[in-house]
Design a binder for this molecule. Sequence first.
Ligand code: MLT
Length: 394
Amino acid sequence: MKINQNYKNLKASYLFSDIAKKTAAYKAQNPDADIIRLGIGDVTLPLCSAVVDAFHKAADEMGVKESFKGYGPEQGYGFLKDAIKDYYKAEDGVTLEADEIFISDGAKSDLGNILDIFAKDNTVLVPDPVYPVYVDTNIMDGRNIVYMNGTAKNNFLPMPDDSVDADLIYLCSPNNPTGAAYNHEQLKAWVDYATKKGAIILFDAAYESFVISKELVRSIYEIEGARNCAIEFCSFSKIAGFTGTRCGWTVVPMELEADGMSLNKMWLRRQTTKFNGVSYPVQLAAAAVFTPEGRAQIAENLAYYRENAKIITAALDELGIWYTGGVNSPYIWLKCPNGMGSWEFFDLLLTKANVVGTPGAGFGAMGEGFFRLTAFGDRERTREATERIKKLFK
Ligand code: MLT
């Protein structure tokens, strides 16, 4: 028996497990500490009533012989794929075929699983800083990773460099953790680069529902040529609070081909072999997000989180701490004050303000010296956290 040696190249544990462990250890030693968690981007508002009603309806249907459902289609029920298709058309003017949409238990799973259809000797281009799943899943497969730096100078939006050859390109827009989002012209440059290199863009659109600026892109398929070079991942977690419910989708256009193989067919083959689909109640609940009631209720939730972001950024303004994000994104990316390192600042906030955030270094080397706060917290707790931070730094 031989193990996958690539695991030896991973950090001992995943970023958010590390943070949870550190926080739990502090709490164990300080049981009275009232800890406010603005670390992992987990939502705090409950599911909206349109979604809850759909769950009830589905549960009732599952208890009746005539409407009971066993295995569903691995790619997802038609009603949900159609609802997603209509969402793309209405929001982004993008036309998709239902068979290009694959329902999953979340973007994270698919972002990792998609690598099954790509060779392990591909070169992967990854922004730094970024969601650590891209790097870790490629390390597990032993792929060669090339980083492209996001800095304050390029507004944390790295652009293509013709001298770099890449086969797979990860783009996350709005970016986790920096909140930076590409405009049409910038993404067109990425699509042109991928086309020239014969590369595939893996576009993570998990935070698209936070985009409010018209010049910014929500779906890569808004860009001409993207259907020939991009796979898009999205999730109900952030748009509708499904972090604990689990549902997402991946779009693999029919045009995507390599070595005479259709990537859509390969992904279908992979999913039908290794995945039995998302449960019927979850899919019915997800479809309710796109009903008129669901859309209106979700809009209120998004507005709530946007207001949280304003509370956080107002506090940082008051303290004169540099930050970005928080407008087209639920994340605020700040420069650690007084030249502190990311983990140093994490420890300081945890121990002196009992506030948990995410150290920028956890998102890549370029994140060192930065820190991420999430706007997904409870309103009063977010306010309280900012008061504590203000007290600490004034
Ligand atoms: C984050 O905090 O970066 C996200 O919540 C992680 C995720 O979506 O898996």
